[in-house]
Design a protein around this ligand. Structure first.
Ligand code: PA5
Length: 437
């Protein structure tokens, strides 16, 4: 990342590097459209505008609900060992990405968060039920529609176990429902049973809901400072909601994606060099895939965690069909680090690294790979962050949400619908014999 002339920096610690991907002069032709689309997003006048609630949500969010979430999360932390989160797609990926990125992938202190309802896997369902059966657990069921089958089946299973374990009355106190403010089966049940309920606003779709209670409650239970997370998002909102392409890295990134699609690339690979960021890429795949992949358009979102996946996909990336470009999220300072020890006899030949931090080796893997892939004809966009904490995480996720809205509008598709997802459901319901299918 040597050519700093073509690098753009935002005000708060996030730097977009395009020097290994595109000459920014090539993006100039997008300036006018970017300005118009940005105005349309700000004024909520574009296609799908009734789902643009997320765009100013870090400012307009329900303050009283956030206070309630913080209080309830404290109650859960003091009284339970596990929180089972039932949700799928946009109703769990954001929370999982943030929790893993900020707290790690091994069991941590405090309440353990288990994500359930994101699969029909009977093996996983059995394992989760077996694992929690002797533990004190609470449930957060999350569904905007209130009728998603994976989520509903999982909720029915864990609710039944909880009611058997502690009785119906105590179970009610341990169930938190996040759903539509007035409609849907989950809302009806929550009202009837008296569960604590949080709202997923009408104008925010699932994959754009990480700043609502959908993301905030599990994060708060995991010990993450959700107000700081929202402050980061608010700063990103201020930094990205201007239509000046020259100074807005979010839109430069969006245009680069469109440029790649128009110049022979069909896959964007989201890459990180940190295992606990793997779920960020899962969240990104849904955000980008569902927002853009329609009307036979869009980049296919893929992901890799390096160096792990360099030992499986590295060959293809370097020398295979030249269909992809990379978007690398690189964080300079890890939360934790280890030093490579010296060994007296150096039988493994590693003493040349003695005393080095593992983060230094990881950095060199990143630099070496960047050079290799770029020279192999794989354009590499780098999004560099100084560190990843609750603030930067909020900033980063908002940055991507704004970027995908821009690039979907550049493609002339509605970023906020997902008509194709319904087709498998209809077939499945028919095969299962559901009434009306
Ligand atoms: O982004 C989306 O709209 C989907 O991934 C949904 O979030 C997912 O299908 C879950 O839907 P629901 O929250 O209605 O249960």
């Amino acid at each position: 990342m040597s050519n700093t002339k073509k690098t753009t920096t935002t005000k708060k610690g996030l730097t977009l590097h395009l020097e290994n991907a595109v000459d920014v002069k090539e993006l100039k032709e997008y300036s006018k459209r970017v300005k118009e689309i940005n105005e349309g997003i700000n004024n909520k006048t574009l296609r799908g505008n009734d789902f643009l609630g997320w765009s100013d949500y870090p400012k307009t969010y329900n303050k009283a609900e956030v206070e309630q979430i913080i209080q309830d999360a404290k109650y859960v932390r003091e009284n339970y060992d596990v929180l089972v989160v039932c949700g799928i797609g946009g109703s769990y990926l954001g929370a999982r990405a943030v929790i893993e990125a900020l707290t790690g992938i091994k069991k941590r202190d405090g309440v353990e968060i288990i994500f359930f309802g994101n699969t029909f896997s009977p093996n996983y369902a059995y394992q989760v039920l077996d694992y929690i059966k002797d533990k004190r657990f609470a449930i957060n069921v999350i569904s905007k529609s209130g009728t998603t089958t994976e989520t509903s089946v999982a909720f029915r299973l864990v609710k039944g176990m909880l009611e058997q374990q502690v009785g119906k009355k105590a179970a009610r106190k341990a169930i938190f429902a996040t759903t539509d403010k007035e409609k849907g089966a989950l809302k009806e049940e929550a009202t009837k049973e008296g569960y604590r309920t949080y709202v997923l606003p009408d104008d925010v779709g699932g994959r754009y809901s990480v700043f609502t209670a959908v993301g905030l409650f599990p994060m708060a239970v995991a010990g993450i400072n959700i107000k700081t997370f929202l402050t980061g998002a608010r700063k990103a909102m201020k930094d990205t909601n201007n239509g000046d392409l020259k100074t807005n890295p979010c839109y430069q990134y969006a245009c680069t994606r469109d440029y790649m699609l128009n110049h022979g690339k069909s896959v964007e690979m989201f890459v990180s060099y940190e295992l606990q960021y793997t779920q960020i890429a899962e969240w990104l795949k849904q955000l980008f895939g569902e927002s853009e992949g329609k009307e036979k358009k869009g980049l296919f979102p893929a992901s890799g965690t390096f160096s792990t996946d360099l030992h499986s996909l590295g060959q293809f990336i370097q020398e295979g069909t030249p269909l992809l470009f990379e978007t690398i999220i690189y964080v300079n300072k890890p939360k934790d680090d280890v030093i490579i020890p010296k060994e007296r006899h150096d039988l493994d030949g590693l003493n040349y690294l003695k005393g080095q931090r593992l983060s230094y080796v990881n950095r060199k893997a990143f630099e070496g790979t960047l050079e290799a892939h770029t020279s192999g004809g794989v354009p590499c966009v780098v999004i560099e962050l100084e560190k990843l904490d609750a603030y930067n995480m909020g900033y980063l996720l908002y940055f991507f949400m704004r970027a995908v809205a821009m690039s979907a509008y550049l493609l002339d598709v509605n970023p906020f619908d997902q008509p194709g997802v319904e087709i498998y459901k209809k077939n499945m319901f028919h095969l299962l014999g559901k009434k009306g299918y």
